[in-house]
Design a protein around this ligand. Structure first.
Ligand code: EPS
Length: 401
């Protein structure tokens, strides 16, 4: 499917830095360095992160596509420097290095189970797993978050806001809030685990401490929500325009993600239809939903691959990180003999950071779907088209006799 807002990232974890180019954002979107820096800083947080985050101070430098605080409609490039590169200049040198040994080049011959190390070495015919793991690293998500910050700013101009929170770390699950906060991110950003349940958060932190002491790692589940969406993004007409698939694909593309649920998700497979589907009521005041609303939101804001205008809800399962300080069994690829996998410095748990990356990926998909639906070379044009569509939907509504 043609993408209207596209982005590409480049960069290795311990190379010079990460670069992202975002194309297709209309002109006139207010965008300042702080918009990017704020999300990059949020991605660096979270209880359970390792030593690397003390080194990096990601802010991102906007290189193009923005002038005097507004987008120009041209490609937006953002550069994120890797401060840690100063410690890796030999091992990550672009030029060949003569006379260096395996240790100074930080070559890796002991692939980690669960990581891209082994399949990447085989696929790309590389003798050194460093050639693979540097790009497979979730450091790349910093570039996605920079792109997502641009998409978020664009969506903000259309009245759409995106939040995330963590619902599970390993065995510990958060209770759903009795009263849902008006601004989920305002509450989640104040929590070390982006968790809305303070009691569960304490248990989660203990679980992370225990995993760290055991030389192990923990995964979890986070939820991304998008509020203020208009009805009609995505489409039922072709498989690749269905928004459920586009959102799930984007979220599953994040390193270490193993599952995505929309709305009630897997639970809907256990229930009868009458206990799943959200009944429709006439609601002329609710313009974003086309003048109708629902008694509940099991659909998670999507029906027929199209937004309903209700809250979009996607939950994502993250596996435990595959760099363990107490390594699993592997094979030395030089000799074929059994050996422990390499010990790489890493995080014990990165679910809160992954939630911020999830926000970015959802923002990028929704921004793309918004341009697909409303077009516009300027944000003013996009907004006019959105308003005209909603006015047209409202004009169709019949008041009950
Ligand atoms: C990562 C390993 C760790 C993480 C890194 C992802 O890096 P290092 O090997 O330098 O300790 O800190 O995440 C980031 C650098 C980041 O910015 O999120 C990995 O192997 O995927």
């Amino acid at each position: 499917m043609l993408q209207y807002i596209r982005f590409s990232t480049a960069g290795e974890s311990h190379g010079k830095g990460m670069l992202v180019i975002v194309e297709g954002v209309p002109a006139g979107v207010p965008l300042q360095p702080i918009d990017v820096a704020r999300d990059l800083a949020r991605r660096q947080l979270g209880y359970g992160r390792g030593g690397r985050m003390a080194i990096e101070k990601d802010a991102g430098e906007i290189l193009s596509g923005v002038r005097l605080g507004e987008t120009l409609g041209s490609p937006i490039a953002v550069w994120i420097r890797n401060r840690d590169h100063a410690n890796w200049e030999v091992a990550m040198s672009v030029e060949p290095r003569q006379g260096e040994d395996d240790e100074s080049l930080r070559r890796v011959f002991l692939p980690r189970p669960g990581h891209a190390d082994l399949v990447g070495m085989l696929k790309y015919d590389r003798p050194d797993a460093r050639d693979i793991l540097e790009r497979a690293s979730a450091r790349e998500t910093s570039a996605r978050v920079a792109a997502g910050a641009v998409a978020r700013r664009f969506l903000g101009e259309l009245g759409v806001s995106i939040s995330s929170h963590v619902t599970r770390i390993g065995p510990e699950e958060a209770a759903r809030p009795v009263e849902w906060p008006a601004d989920v991110n305002a509450v989640a950003d104040d929590s070390e685990l982006r968790c809305l349940d303070p009691a569960a958060e304490e248990r989660m932190k203990r679980a992370i401490d225990e995993a760290r002491e055991a030389g192990d790692t923990l995964g979890g589940v986070f939820e991304v929500t998008a509020a203020g969406l208009p009805v009609g993004l995505g489409s039922h007409v072709s498989w690749d325009r269905r928004l459920d698939g586009r959102i799930a694909g984007a979220l599953m593309s994040i390193q270490a993600m193993k599952g995505v649920e929309i709305g009630l998700g897997f639970e809907s497979a256990r229930r009868r239809g009458s206990e799943v589907h959200d009944e429709i009521i006439n609601d002329p005041t609710s313009t974003r939903t086309g003048g109708f609303s629902r008694t509940r939101n099991h659909a998670g804001g999507l029906e027929g691959g199209t937004t309903t205008g209700e809250l979009l809800v996607a939950r994502v399962a993250m596996k435990p990180l595959s760099s363990l300080t107490r390594p699993l069994a592997s094979v030395d690829v030089r000799t074929g003999t059994a050996a422990e996998a390499v010990r790489e410095r890493s995080d014990v748990c990165a679910v809160p950071a992954a939630a911020v990356v999830g926000e970015a990926m959802v923002a990028l998909v929704l921004a793309d779907a918004a341009i697909e639906k409303f077009g516009g070379d300027s944000i003013a044009e996009t907004r006019l088209n959105l308003e005209a569509f909603l006015a047209r939907s409202a004009s169709r509504i019949r008041q009950p006799e």
